[in-house]
Design a protein around this ligand. Structure first.
Ligand SMILES: *Cc1c(COP(=O)(O)O)cnc(C)c1O
Length: 394
């Protein structure tokens, strides 16, 4: 009963038999009748204080049963006590940052990470001082007011890996947040390695079908309470229809990841041998930092890769324009294959020098491989790469 294939199908559905239903009911109520004022006041206090549920949900900004069900499913998949869902991955990260302020005003962050996460941290919008460090320097840079350590592995878009256990050891008492969006709980379980917070843009693999924006944080019940209080106060809610779609995607999560990963392994090998490609960044090829963590920290190399084209920006733009089956679009983790240009799109908001230092150059394209037939994907890539410049314009 502990296998992820089984859990993905059944988690968060434990009350179905008692309810007499076979699919998650969608509760769209914004408010709930309070027949007993004493009980209502008690429920209100409990929910505002961060309880996961109460006798009366009171108001949908405080609690929603449809959202609660998918939270329970995702906590089960990540192996944590609790999960708190938000209206986007960025709202989830914002809630953790706001919660961290009570512990101190300083956070340590390892680059590269998702462009908007970088932007949110570098801009100081949440009132925290973000210091960007190499993973190896974390212990040396800890301060008395360090409230959080943030890492993303695999990293977006270079696919570099970070040793979660080593970061947790270096951080000591300071909680570590791992953005595990690229890995999914099928391939990586950061909480088991000591991460205090496991964050996902559930918009990606967890939803899996490109039709819901959502974010989650999985953690202990004790850490979840302040996150729920932030959610109730700031309103970064996941809508119950979004929660329903997210829950609907979960039973096929393991199947989707396994198929997309098998496709990615095949495409990475073929791309590495292509004359227009200077380098394929893919954990399965050993071409990223800490690739040795595939097989231990990560059960497999994942479904994303980045390719450096010899022809630079012109070649990258040409490939984006020429693909027919793949969608030239940002985002990732959908059933269909997406291809995008990080320097021109997702990582546009990152400081230009930091972007280059992280290896995000003008000829870099990121591929999120889907579940299509691999030969069709290769045929599309091969025709798109045909005739592109083999060296960058001077
Ligand atoms: C997309 C993404 C985010 C942001 O999530 P949204 O759901 O778009 O707000 C954060 N981290 C990673 C790694 C992502 O890919």
């Amino acid at each position: 009963m502990n296998h992820i294939d089984t859990l993905a199908v059944h988690a968060g559905r434990e009350d179905f038999a008692a309810l007499g239903v076979h699919a998650p009911p969608i509760d769209l109520s914004t408010t709930y009748p309070v027949a007993d004022l004493g009980e209502g006041t008690e429920s209100f206090d409990a929910l505002v204080g961060g309880a996961a549920s109460a006798a009366n949900p009171i108001y949908a900004r405080l609690h929603n049963p449809t959202v609660g069900r998918v939270e329970s499913a995702l906590a089960t998949l990540e192996g944590t006590e609790a999960c708190v869902a938000y209206g986007s991955g960025m709202a989830a990260l914002t809630a953790v940052l706001m919660g961290a302020r009570s512990r101190g005003g300083h956070v340590l962050v390892v680059r590269p990470l998702y462009g908007t996460s970088d932007h949110l941290l570098a801009s100081g919008l949440c009132g925290l001082e973000a210091e960007f460090v190499d993973a190896g320097d974390i212990a040396a840079r800890l301060r008395a007011d360090t409230a959080l350590v943030i890492i993303e592995t695999p990293a977006n878009p270079t696919l570099d890996l970070i040793d979660i256990r080593a970061v947790v050891a270096a951080a000591g008492q300071v909680p570590v947040l791992v953005d595990s969006t690229f890995a999914t709980p099928v391939l990586q379980k950061p909480a088991a390695l000591g991460a205090a917070y496991v964050m996902h843009s559930a918009t990606k693999f967890l939803g899996g079908h490109g039709d819901v924006i959502a974010g989650i944080v999985c953690c202990s019940e004790q850490r979840a309470r302040p996150l729920r209080t932030v959610r109730a106060a700031t309103g970064g809610l996941l809508h119950p229809l979004g929660a329903y779609l997210l829950h609907r995607g979960l039973p096929t999560l393991a199947l989707r990841v396994e198929r997309a990963q098998a496709n990615a392994i095949e495409l990475a090998g073929r791309l590495a041998a292509h004359p227009a490609v200077a380098r394929v960044h893919f954990p399965g090829l050993g071409t990223v930092r800490n690739a040795h963590l595939v097989g231990t920290q990560m059960a497999g190399p994942g479904c994303l890769m980045a390719i450096d084209l010899r022809g630079g920006y012109e070649a990258a733009a040409a490939v984006m324009a020429k693909v027919r089956l793949m969608t030239p679009a940002v985002s990732l983790g959908s059933v269909d294959t997406l291809i995008q240009h990080p320097a021109g799109l997702t990582h546009r908001v990152v400081d230009p020098q930091a972007r280059l230092d992280s290896g995000i150059g003008p000829g870099l394209l990121r591929l999120s491989v889907g579940i299509e037939a691999v030969d069709d994907l290769w045929a599309d890539l091969a025709q798109a790469l045909e005739g592109v410049a083999l060296s960058a314009a001077a």
